[in-house]
Write a protein that binds this ligand. Structure first.
Ligand SMILES: Cc1ncc(COP(=O)(O)O)c(C=O)c1O
Length: 426
């Protein structure tokens, strides 16, 4: 993806080294890298291009600037970047054994730990990456029910069955997949009635927007039971952030299968499919095997991550700081009458279009979205790494980082209002 020409001059001036690296990567790497998620449009407005190192709550770009990081690798970094104690434990395991052709006792130790922590986990299988865990959950559900259709809700990764839209996906694969909107039980019921006896599973990204409406997940459970299909909870983002037992522990959700990744390994790409024994114990016939599944280094990383989260009271810390961040930013937006607000659970602050505490106000089409994008770009120029994605916190973030972020947010609102040719309010 090439940035718009109008922004090139500013980008080159602010980020000469990132600019050079971008030219090189675009020649060699498809799309220049993970451009679909790394938002070159922000880079083009002076945001960071390439990061060379990261420590604690901060990332550093190739041109030497520091950013408070609320994307944290899009979720996995829950202890902060390059945590000393975490790295020491992982390094010790590296001197003992990486991946080899047999099983390793750490796989059992981690399985025991996870089955104690997560209410819906009686057995598990190891995978690599969230997409592999959600795809494995479908394979298991199809084998268990002998049915092929799946009803999905939310983002579940990049594989054929769930990618939002992409050339190269076979039409018949997408034909087996149906969807429904979050918190809409009536829509789910309609899908189940229409595809009666053909649905293997309902898979739902556990927390979207403001989280589950009262009775939503109990209703999903009841509908799945009535229609003889499995209920899969996708906890790839929420796992080890909402609670050590996942969003299912916090909200009392009762899935048959659940998927975890991201924060499970604090940066190591381990993921798991967990679930009920009566379903999983028969499913060694499902081929879900790959070279790096159950890698002892990733298992050691995950055990270290869980230990340190417990030791540092990491969940409560994220929730405390997340609350402060959401409230502080909403004060900034309200004071300036700026059309953006922070919502969601404090574990996963969620930027949304619209005025704080108000129903939708009539606005020119797309204006609030343009304001938000300009504001994200201004935040990046001023040293806070955020964009239009849910945000995350880590045990490395401090109250001072939150206060600094709120101060920068006020400055970024003023800069944005100037760009959007609308007066800011002091
Ligand atoms: C809810 C959810 N499920 C699945 C995935 C896919 O995980 P990965 O990108 O590790 O393959 C993601 C990734 O963002 C996710 O947020």
């Amino acid at each position: 993806m090439t940035p718009p020409k109008t922004h090139m001059a500013a980008w080159e001036q602010l980020n000469p080294l990132s600019r050079k690296l971008w030219d090189q990567s675009s020649r060699l790497i498809v799309g220049g890298g993970q451009a679909h998620k790394r938002h070159v449009r922000y880079l083009a407005r002076g945001g960071p291009g390439f990061f060379t190192h990261a420590k604690g709550a901060y990332v550093y770009d190739a041109d030497g600037r520091e950013y408070i990081d609320y994307l944290l690798g899009y979720g996995p970094i829950v202890l902060g970047h390059c945590d000393y104690e975490f790295n020491a434990i992982v390094a010790r395991q590296m001197t003992q054994s990486g991946v080899q052709g047999g099983e390793h006792p750490l796989e059992i130790e981690l399985a025991e730990r996870l089955t104690k922590l997560i209410p819906g986990a009686e057995m598990l299988m190891y995978l690599i990456g969230g997409s592999a865990s959600t795809s494995a959950s479908l394979r298991v559900a199809r084998a268990h029910t002998g049915r092929e259709r799946v009803i999905r809700c939310g983002y579940h990764g990049w594989h054929d069955w769930c990618v939002p839209a992409s050339p190269g996906v076979p039409a018949d694969e997408r034909g087996r997949i149906l969807d429904f909107p979050y918190n809409d039980l009536a829509a789910l019921e309609r899908q189940l009635e229409t595809h009666r006896a053909a649905v293997a599973a309902v898979i739902i990204e556990s927390v979207q927007d403001d989280g589950p409406a009262p009775g939503f997940f109990a209703g999903v459970r009841e509908l799945c039971d009535r229609h003889g299909c499995l209920f899969i909870l996708d906890e790839v983002k929420t796992g080890f952030r909402f609670d050590l037992g996942g969003a299912q522990k916090l909200y009392g959700i009762q899935p048959d299968l659940s998927t975890f990744g991201k924060a499970l390994g604090n940066g190591f790409p381990l993921s798991v499919l967990v679930g009920r024994r009566h379903i999983l114990e028969k499913r060694s016939d499902c081929y879900c095997s790959a070279t790096f599944h159950g890698d002892p280094i990733a298992c050691a990383a995950s055990l270290a991550c869980l230990d340190l989260l417990e030791l540092r009271d990491g969940i409560a810390h994220q929730h405390r700081l997340g609350r402060r961040l959401i409230d502080g930013l909403n004060r900034v937006f309200k004071d300036a009458d700026f059309p953006l607000r922070m919502e969601g659970h404090p574990a996963m602050p969620n930027p949304r279009e619209g005025y704080v505490g108000e129903p939708a106000r009539p606005l020119p089409s797309g204006w609030a979205g343009r304001c938000a994008r300009e504001w994200f770009a201004a935040m990046q120029r001023n040293g806070v790494f955020v964009n239009w994605h849910v945000w995350f916190l880590s045990t490395a973030h401090r109250a001072a980082d939150i206060e600094a972020t709120i101060k920068i947010a006020r400055k970024a609102v003023k800069q944005t209002c100037a760009v959007m040719q609308r007066p800011s309010v002091d």
